[in-house]
Design a protein around this ligand. Sequence first.
Ligand code: ADP
Ligand code: TRP
Length: 334
Amino acid sequence: MRVLSGIQPTGNLHLGNYLGAIRNWVRMQEDMDSDSQCFFFLADLHSITVHETREQRIRNVREMAAALIAAGIDPDRSVLFNQARVPAHAELAWILNGTARMGWLNRMTQFKDKAGKHREGASVGLFVYPVLQAADVLLYQATHVPVGEDQKQHLELCRDIATKFNADFDVDLFTIPDPIIPKETARIMSLRDGTAKMSKSDPSDMSRINLTDDDDTIAQKIRKAKTDPEPLPELASALENRPEAANLVGIFAALASRSADSVCSEFAGQGFGAFKPALADILIETLRPIRERFEMLKTDVAQLDSLLGKGAEKARAAAAPTLAGAYDALGLMA
Ligand code: ADP
Ligand code: TRP
């Protein structure tokens, strides 16, 4: 089993990133046996599709590395690195540009969402973003890719590219990866609108819990979270048309590692006046140690850079045979 996943180092992590992605990475890392390995990386080459200053980029990579370690990624057990220090990602992405089809990329909903009405003005990088993502996965022969639901389509594209490459060049080079999408935490929704995903790009900070929010801020955001006047039902299925309530119950269940039904039955008949303080408590207890570790780690720049340097070295070694195989399949390095 080879697990791989990446995250763009763009700004602060929030509860959606933690429950939807990072906590699953940590769980997979904990479940590894001796002949399995995990690769986790900061997708800084992907983040060039977002405009940032040089200084911001440097800071973001370090901060995201600190956040991942604070959340439980152990750089001794998993290979933790940033993509830009492993040139094989960019090299394989270019080769795979020969395999990926325009029609496939035209169907990517993330490009449509991010480009919006300004399709003609969107960068080519944003359009071919999923090809680089395919290279990330295929380079390491990953078998399992833990991601949030929004990345499912990119993983399907990755499988299509791998299959076509293997067939076109009559090789058995790329492993076809499986996405791992935990159902319960696939989508954590905004605290202000239960139909919108919690996201760092939401202009309202009240819509999300950031991993850097202090205890009081968390409590206040939960107190002000949008709800409805109904009491909680006995079963979670009754929350179907109550998106805000369903989201809060879902967050509680995810944090407590319980089913939404068990949370509902505990609070059945009670209103949000009773439920919200309990939710705030469990959020605060879960996030406090992560935040404290993060604050400590992020100031130790030398150590972070050294950890990332060592991770990149391991990643380069692991990526080399697949990249060589790809060049060889095309007859580019005979
Ligand atoms: P954002 O939407 O805040 O820009 P990213 O797109 O950078 O977040 O996502 C980083 C990772 O976190 C991805 O694996 C994504 O699937 C996951 N993720 C982001 N938002 C959520 C959410 N609201 N619920 C669950 N997972 C999420
Ligand atoms: N595109 C992913 C996101 O926005 C990040 C990512 C880049 C990724 N490369 C990857 C995720 C490879 C999984 C595997 O969240």
